[in-house]
Design a protein around this ligand. Structure first.
Ligand code: G1P
Length: 322
């Protein structure tokens, strides 16, 4: 039975600067919850309550978020604000969280290798802290089952447009008759579109055989001069190697990469639209602003902008931006 998960969260978040200069990218809010809390909740839903987070310099706020906050809790208690009090406490009661700091950003493979002592020779999950998987899907449970049946390592795969494959690890696969998963015959980190063996991208969920640690400790720096998890998995995928092979579970559901600005905006809007408290109101407001932008078109430049208090909107109250 798999009990432990590793969440690598040591990356510098350079795609999201300047917002991530002082705030870890994993703590950027998706509506009112940090992205990484969705990831921790996903692990817990799959029965993984022992979670090791690999953090780094200037990432102390991650620990604070999942810790108790006595002063804040006292204030909320005095005010009788039970809803906010429950939300604040919930983050600290989610799971059994542990932390390790990666001294230098030497890559995802190196971050996972740091978990070796904590994991102690059993299969374990890795969840990347900025990948959001639809919480109605059971991707991790399917991967855990595939690991139990195959005895190897399992990655989550998703079809992407061929021109996007160079942003991902990419896998060549073979069908496994009668199973919900495929066998991976080769993996390459961020290939050029012309050299990619498929359009199946590795997304940020892995269930790994502990043999990965021995492989990672032999893995030389690869793409971007970093120790790549994909390269170690490629060695385990080669026929006859240790670790019982590498398999893929194909995911067709909704996924957001909150480390990417556009995908982050989509995550916030989509999840906000589904909220009971203001989803309907937001939908209405969005319909208004989309209609108005179509109506105004290039006349924004001539002062007819909904951002100004003239033209289309005579008063702030009437403006959907108000
Ligand atoms: C990492 C992995 C890559 C994977 C991706 C998924 O890359 O190295 O294989 O496809 O996560 O999000 P990163 O996005 O950290 O550069």
């Amino acid at each position: 039975m798999i009990r432990k998960a590793v969440i690598p969260a040591a990356g510098l978040g350079t795609r999201f600067l300047p917002a991530t200069k002082a705030v870890p990218k994993e703590l950027l809010p998706v509506v009112d919850k940090p992205a990484v809390q969705y990831v921790v909740e996903e692990a817990v839903r799959a029965g993984l309550e022992d979670i090791l987070m690999i953090t780094g310099r200037d990432k102390g706020a991650l620990e604070d978020h999942f810790d108790r906050s006595p002063q804040l809790e006292r204030i909320l208690e005095c005010k009788g604000d039970v809803t906010k009090l429950a939300a604040v406490r919930q983050a600290s009661e989610l799971a059994d969280l542990h932390y390790l700091r990666q001294g230098e950003p030497l890559g995802l493979g190196h971050a996972v290798l740091m978990a070796e002592k904590h994991i102690d020779n059993e299969p374990f999950a890795v969840l990347l802290g900025d990948d959001l998987i639809d919480e109605r899907e059971d991707l991790l449970a399917r991967m855990i089952e595939a690991q139990a049946i195959s005895g190897g390592s399992v990655v989550a795969l998703m079809e992407v447009d061929p021109e996007q494959i160079s942003a991902y690890g990419c896998a060549a696969v073979d069908v496994v008759p009668g199973q919900d998963y495929v066998r991976i015959t080769g993996m390459v980190e961020k290939p050029e579109q012309e050299c990619a063996p498929s359009n199946l991208a590795v997304i940020g969920r892995y269930v790994l055989h502990p043999e990965i640690f021995a492989e990672l400790s032999r893995t030389k720096p690869g793409r971007g001069c970093e120790i790549q998890l994909t390269d170690a998995l490629q060695s385990l995928a080669v026929a006859g190697s240790t670790g019982n092979g590498v398999f893929g579970v194909i995911y067709n559901g909704r996924r957001f990469d909150t480390g990417d600005k556009f995908s982050y905006i989509k995550a916030v809007v989509t999840i906000a639209l589904e909220r009971d408290d203001f989803g309907r109101e937001l939908r209405k407001w969005m319909q208004e602003i989309v209609d108005i932008s179509e109506f105004s078109g290039p006349s924004y430049m001539s002062g007819n902008s909904p951002f100004s208090n003239s033209g289309v909107f005579a008063s702030k109250e009437a403006s959907p931006y108000g």
